[in-house]
Structure formats: structure tokens, C-alpha cells
Write a protein that binds this ligand. Structure first.
Ligand code: AVJ
Length: 326
């Protein structure tokens, strides 16, 4: 029965509403205004993100998917994993390519999925267990770093995965901390597969984050709805515009919400009102873009080294297979 092959571990004592309140105090009540990107992903936001991945303009998902399809055999051949541990598993749509390969070559293997969203993990676990008879799943619900620390260490050779270029939401310092956490769990036999979006033409990047169907704009604005229902704030979404700019110096996309008029927003929970001027911006996401040398630097600083590197001929995206430094 499927349930015998599925276990969930919840990390105790993480007060997510206290964390949101602190993030809003530090980010939104101070200048320049910003919000952490993780708050995009309520139910509606997760659906909008899936819709973004299907737009013509958002190239990363399909580029990484075809890279994985093309190189999965090589990756599995190099790693020979018994287990797969994934950060930010989400719906595991791309990871299925790896799991399918393992299911056909192993009698039993374990997939450890880590994500903040319990419903998504449960839903995809049922789908995967129905598809793959030899699969066992352990899910850890939580933020990346506490989840990695709390997660059981699965048998080596282990394949760790952090795909989708989700690493791009973190500053350089935060990325190094996160990758180092995984590197510390790895044995000399283990590998870490990391998906990273590459620096490219400014127009292509800005289109990808401001798609012509307007899905990314809705996704960005939806974070204000999240603040409205979680904090009782009164953002009027029609008074904000979505903007995505590629910052060439920082090599990152920056998404903003721009106030279309002078307005006041109330936060009854904090007994606080903020004044936004016409044209004032809230930074809602950074999405960093990488070069071969910035990838090498990031790995080096995190106790990792490159073993294999896959990219398409247009060099739009990198799938990097890394090992521990020694
Ligand atoms: C899920 C963080 C990889 O940065 O490309 C997509 C999120 N934001 N469009 C990205 C996102 C706007 C996405 N990541």
C-alpha cells in the first residue's frame, strides 16, 4: 500500500506567522521597501508560478527539462545513486525524469523531498508512488536550512538536487550558506545537481519576467493578496504595476511593484500605516543569473567542486553536477 512507502517529518516550533510579521517589519516598513520572494507561494501563487512555466517567454523550465531529459542517463551513470534528496521539490515534475530512471534500475530507492508547502508534497507523493513501484518517499516540510538539518541522511551514493534555478532568489552570501549546508551533509561518494539560469541578452531576460500573457504580473501582484489575508492589510492591487528589470551590474533580475498613486496602506495587526508615493517601488524578488565563472566561484566558496556541467548550445541554462571538495 502506498501509505507504507510515505512518511512526513514536520519540523517543530517554526512559527511562520511570526516570521512573516518580522519580514514585513524589516522589509516593508523600512526604505528601500522589499519583501522576501518566498511569500509568493500561497495556493494561488503556486498555480500562477506553474502557469508562468508554461508561457512562451519563460524559457528556464523547458530549457532545464530538455537538458535533464538529454543527460539523465549520464548523470545516473556517474552518480549511481540509491537515494535522491531534493530541496524545493514542489510538484517534482522535472525530478520525475530522474525517479523514472531509478525506478527501472533499482529494486528499492528513497526520494526525500523538502518543501515549505505540505499540500503540494502530499499530492505529488501520491502521484509518484502510484507511478513508481520501487519508490519510497520521505518528506520534510520546512524552510531549506532547518529542513536540511532535520532531514535524515540517506544512504550513499546520494544524489542531492536543487533545480529550477531557485538558488537565484538568494543573495550570494545566502547561497553560499545554503550550498555549504548541503556540502556538509555529503560524503565523498555523493553528488549535488544544481540548476542555474545563465546571464544572457537583457531583452530575453526581461521578457521572461514580464511575459506577454501577463501571468508574471499577476504572480507578482498576488503577493499583496497574501499580505491582505495573512496580515489584514488593505492593498488595492489595481493601484500597483508589475516591473521586471535586469540589473547588468548585479547580474540579476529585479521584480518590483510600483505604486501608481500616493496612497496609504493600513496594517491593523501592527497598528501601523505606511505612505507610498506615486512611483515608489517595492522589491519583491531577485533572480540571479550566472556565468561559468560565477558558478565556479559559488561552488568553490561552498565547499563544492564541479564534476560535470551540462548546457544547451545557446548557453541559456546550466545543470551542474558537483562533488564535495575532498
Ligand atoms: C522559482 C525562483 C526559479 O526566479 O525564475 C519566475 C521565480 N519569478 N518568474 C525565477 C519566478 C518570476 C523563479 N524561481
Amino acid at each position: 500500500m502506498a501509505s507504507k512507502r510515505f512518511h512526513i517529518l514536520e519540523i517543530p516550533s517554526q512559527d511562520s506567522s511570526a516570521a512573516l510579521q518580522q519580514d514585513v517589519r524589516e522589509g516593508l516598513f523600512e526604505l528601500p521597501r522589499s519583501l522576501p520572494a518566498k511569500y509568493f507561494y500561497d495556493d494561488q501563487g503556486s498555480k500562477l508560478f506553474d502557469a508562468i512555466c508554461k508561457t512562451q517567454d519563460y524559457y528556464p523550465t523547458r530549457t532545464e527539462l530538455s537538458l535533464l531529459q538529454k543527460h539523465v542517463a549520464e548523470i545516473i551513470d556517474a552518480v549511481k545513486p540509491n537515494t535522491c534528496t531534493e530541496l524545493g521539490a514542489g510538484t517534482s515534475a522535472k525530478t520525475e525524469i530522474i525517479l523514472a530512471k531509478l525506478n527501472s534500475s533499482l529494486d528499492a530507492f528513497t526520494y526525500l523531498s523538502i518543501d515549505v508547502c505540505e499540500e503540494v508534497l502530499i499530492e505529488s507523493a501520491h502521484r509518484l508512488l502510484n507511478k513508481f513501484a520501487n519508490l519510497r518517499i520521505e518528506s520534510v516540510i520546512g524552510e531549506y536550512i532547518p529542513a536540511i538539518q532535520a532531514a535524515p541522511k540517506l544512504a550513499s551514493p546520494a544524489l542531492y538536487a536543487f533545480i529550477g534555478s531557485s538558488i537565484g532568489n538568494f543573495t550570494e552570501q545566502e547561497s553560499i550558506e545554503l550550498l555549504s549546508e548541503v556540502a556538509n551533509k555529503m560524503t565523498a561518494e555523493d553528488y549535488f545537481l544544481i540548476g542555474m539560469d545563465r546571464v544572457k541578452d537583457k531583452q530575453i531576460l526581461e521578457r521572461a519576467y514580464d511575459d506577454s500573457e501577463g501571468v508574471t504580473a499577476k504572480f507578482n501582484l498576488n503577493v499583496l493578496n497574501v499580505l491582505n489575508y495573512k496580515l489584514g492589510a488593505n492593498f488595492d492591487l489595481s493601484k500597483f504595476l508589475h516591473q521586471a528589470i535586469y540589473n547588468e551590474k548585479q547580474q540579476q533580475i529585479e521584480m518590483y511593484l510600483i505604486s501608481q498613486c500616493d496612497q496609504e496602506i493600513n496594517f491593523p495587526m501592527f497598528d501601523k500605516t505606511i505612505k507610498l508615493e506615486k512611483g515608489e517601488k517595492i522589491l519583491t524578488e531577485i533572480s540571479r543569473k550566472y556565468t561559468k565563472s560565477s558558478i565556479e566561484y559559488l561552488l568553490e566558496k561552498s565547499g563544492l567542486k564541479e564534476a560535470m556541467h551540462f548546457e544547451p548550445s545557446n548557453e541559456y541554462f546550466s545543470l551542474v553536477l558537483a562533488k564535495r571538495q575532498q
